[in-house]
Unconditional design. Structure first.
Length: 459
């Protein structure tokens, strides 16, 4: 069928106004979902005797041909048709004639785009969670390698108490575990089949929505047609989960950047993930970590953008919703690319164990252990805290580390100190933190084993 004849039922836009409303450059990414949904819709129409089996076969055959054309880059995209739906439908008319017009029975582009987008989001969540699990495995491997490395833990970016480096790494494992939970929730929220809602009011045709849902792997169908075509909460949830994830990555990146600096020198990053300066030959800049950190801005911006779009929309469908896919696709691309690069970067870092342990030894990180020691000797914590604070001040003023204090040094602050105070060191400090979730070595080894079990269960 010629394009001239197809214009009888497919409206084309003039070049003067078309660019403003065209979404094809974005929703072209949904072609597989659009064609898959159309094929199942045709099968349902035939099953319900709304169209004939012969018409269905012709439609499905035509859609299969269109899919092959798109995949082989031979599809004649027409931007005057605005979107993926009308391009596919117009091409179907060219291939099979007027029978193509029966495909759109009992549906609208409103419920069609909701269907396509929901299928995309579900697949995106599955892919992202798989990539997060790979990153978790890398983190657990790093933790396993660093169970005997003690570092200074930080609060306010000031050295606080000794912790195992493995314990520090596992904090990010926990963050990522929550990210998986969020993307799993997004999957469940998107797993609600909207086709059959039509434009906003449903359809008088005797359709079978349960059949469509089953064929397209949806566990539920939407229960309100007005909400179904106007709902973008599942995209909002996806953008929120993406923003939280990228915030975690940004925090991790910040630490890697700090730790790789000369001031910290806790780690060394691979040359594959650093770049040189255009003028300073000695520089090895952590550009990949910096870019990963910077991606948080655009991802959070996508969330705010959709919030702003949705806040003023009356029910039901409004064309403003066409803007939902910019942020959705960008956040998906950003999250998946960061996950792949960050995982490779993390696999290649070198741990400077001696510097980490030296920093823990040279700090005042044992002050809390001194206070806890005095509590065990019968002193109340506030008085113990005051004595430990005086010891810290003395250490700072004299330049003598607490780990190098003698018995005479301790006795000048309290008669409660005995020889056993000299046994306090960063290792005893770490291993004394036995409360569940603490940094004691036995705790951390247990958490590593638990993490591996969790990852194996999710395979």
């Amino acid at each position: 069928m010629s394009k001239k004849n197809s214009q009888k039922f497919i409206k084309r836009l003039s070049n003067e106004v078309g660019d403003f409303t065209v979404s094809l450059d974005l929703d072209i990414r949904l072609y597989e979902y659009d064609i898959k949904g159309s094929k199942v819709h045709a099968e349902m129409l035939a099953m319900q005797n709304i169209i004939t089996q012969q018409d269905k076969n012709l439609i499905v055959e035509g859609l299969d041909q269109i899919l092959l054309e798109i995949q082989s880059d031979s599809f004649p995209w027409d931007y005057t048709l605005e979107d993926i739906h009308m391009n596919v439908e117009s091409r179907l008319h060219e291939k099979i004639g007027p029978v193509a017009g029966k495909l759109h029975t009992a549906r609208s582009r409103n419920d069609q785009i909701s269907l396509d987008t929901r299928m995309f989001v579900k697949d995106a969540c599955t892919e992202i969670n798989d990539l997060i699990k790979e990153l978790q495995e890398t983190i657990v491997d790093l933790a396993q390698k660093s169970t005997n490395i003690i570092m200074p833990g930080y609060t306010h970016l000031q050295r606080a108490q000794p912790v195992l480096l493995a314990h520090h790494f596992l904090a990010y494992y926990e963050m990522l575990k929550r990210d998986i939970q969020k993307f799993t929730y997004v999957f469940e929220e998107a797993d609600n089949m909207p086709l059959g809602s039509a434009a906003l009011a449903g359809t008088p045709h005797p359709i079978n929505r349960d059949f469509v849902a089953e064929q397209l792997n949806f566990s539920k169908i939407t229960s309100n047609s007005i909400d179904a075509v106007s709902d973008r909460d599942f995209i909002l949830s996806f953008l929120f989960a993406s923003s939280v994830f990228i915030t975690h990555i940004s925090r991790f990146s910040e630490e890697l950047i700090l730790w790789s600096s000369s001031e910290f020198n806790f780690i060394q990053m691979s040359n594959d993930f650093t770049t040189g300066s255009s003028i300073m030959p000695q520089k090895r800049n952590p550009d990949f970590a910096e870019i990963s950190r910077g991606k948080s801005g655009r991802t959070i911006g996508n969330l705010v953008s959709l919030f702003t779009i949705l806040k003023g929309l009356p029910l039901a469908y409004n064309r403003d919703l066409q803007e939902d896919k910019n942020g959705l696709f960008d956040s998906y691309d950003t999250v998946t690319s960061v996950l792949k690069i960050f995982n490779m970067m993390l696999k290649d870092i070198k741990l400077n164990a001696e510097n980490l342990t030296s920093a823990a030894n040279e700090s005042l990180s044992l002050a809390t252990d001194i206070a806890d020691y005095l509590v065990e000797k019968g002193l109340d914590f506030r008085e113990s805290y005051s004595i430990a604070s005086s010891i810290s001040d003395h250490s700072l003023s004299t330049g003598k580390s607490i780990s190098n204090f003698t018995m005479n040094d301790y006795k000048t602050f309290s008669a409660l100190f005995q020889e056993d105070v000299l046994e306090i060191n960063i290792q005893t400090s770490v291993d004394s933190r036995t409360s569940y979730g603490g940094t004691a070595t036995k705790n951390v080894l247990s958490q590593i084993n638990l993490a591996r079990q969790q990852l194996n269960e999710k395979q």
